[in-house]
Design a protein around this ligand. Structure first.
Ligand SMILES: [Zn+2]
Length: 307
């Protein structure tokens, strides 16, 4: 990342940051996040800087109201910097690293990062695939899968599963499942993939019946050769999914180390977001961060504290 990008005024100056966020949130003029009216007045003075008054519902609000930033005391310029860093980091960024870069406590950085992941959730996603397109699907185990881990012992393993759906060279979706079954996998497929799509999977029974609900279903054999890459006779593969899983697992080991199963979906979402907003699809660092900002509204959630 060029240094110039991070020295932009919205990352270093609070006034510039607030102006940047207001312009991003309300490109056509400020509207009240409580009632939607555009009849609003910007308040002045030192104590009310950044506040607006709605002349319809009489409520007061700021650019944080109704977003993941509400009730946070972290300055907006640090939020914007955190969003920029997390959306640009290919392998993610640990809360320890964010904490050092932002000058915030570990706990605060942890909350910030999880709220940013919440903003990365795609609102109203369109289905994957469609006429003439294929979607690769596979599932994997993640979290304590190492046989060396103490928790791996029989009956104590905490393996979790992820199902990923990927259009080759296109978009993707990934979902955390406690355990992949024909029913749970079917639900994910039929709610996320256009029926008029050719499905590419391995020969797992999980896909046998749901495959019939799509315009085509081709399988590849995961042989025991251990080569890792398989191509079927018609060129079908699940290599794009395998690449995603590989990147996700390497990053989880290298960057995040510890991840509770209750938060796994948020990390999966983070990697899905970067995949769907990658430079190969023409999305640069600035645009990627801008796309996170589009998702900050309507996602106020509170989280359990880290241990
Ligand atoms: Zn209002």
């Amino acid at each position: 990342m060029p240094k110039s990008a991070l020295s932009a005024p919205q990352f270093t100056n609070e006034k510039a940051a607030v102006a940047f966020l207001e312009a991003s949130r309300w490109p056509k003029g400020v509207t009240c996040p409580i009632c939607g009216a555009d009849n609003v007045t910007r308040m002045g003075g030192k104590t009310q800087a950044g506040y607006f008054q709605c002349n319809d519902c009489r409520d007061k609000f700021t650019c944080r109201t109704g977003t993941v930033m509400e009730r946070s005391h972290v300055p907006i310029h640090k939020w914007l910097l955190a969003i920029h860093l997390l959306s640009a980091a290919k392998s993610g960024m640990s809360s320890h690293q964010l904490s050092r870069l932002l000058g915030l406590s570990y706990k605060t950085s942890w909350f910030l990062a999880h709220r940013i992941r919440e903003a990365m959730i795609e609102t109203n996603p369109s289905p994957l695939g469609g006429g003439g397109k294929s979607v690769q699907t596979n599932e994997t185990y993640t979290l304590r899968t190492s046989k060396r881990a103490k928790s791996y012992k029989k009956g104590h393993s905490h393996k979790e599963q992820i199902v990923a759906l990927i259009e080759p060279q296109g978009r993707m979706r990934a979902v955390h499942l406690k355990r992949a079954t024909s029913e749970s996998v079917r639900h994910i497929l039929v709610t996320n993939v256009h029926r008029n799509t050719e499905l590419h999977t391995d020969e797992s029974n999980l896909y046998r019946y749901v495959g019939k609900e799509f315009s085509g279903h081709k399988t590849v054999t995961h042989g025991s050769s251990g080569l890792g890459e398989y191509v079927g006779p018609d060129g079908q593969t699940v290599n794009a999914v395998e690449n995603f899983f590989g990147n996700f697992k390497r990053s989880m080991r290298g960057t995040y180390r510890k991840c509770d199963e209750q938060h796994l979906q948020r990390y999966v979402t983070e990697f899905e977001f970067r995949h769907n907003n990658r430079s190969g699809l023409g999305v640069d660092d600035q645009q990627r961060a801008a796309n996170v900002l589009k998702g900050i509204e309507g996602k106020r959630l509170t989280y359990r504290r880290p241990h």
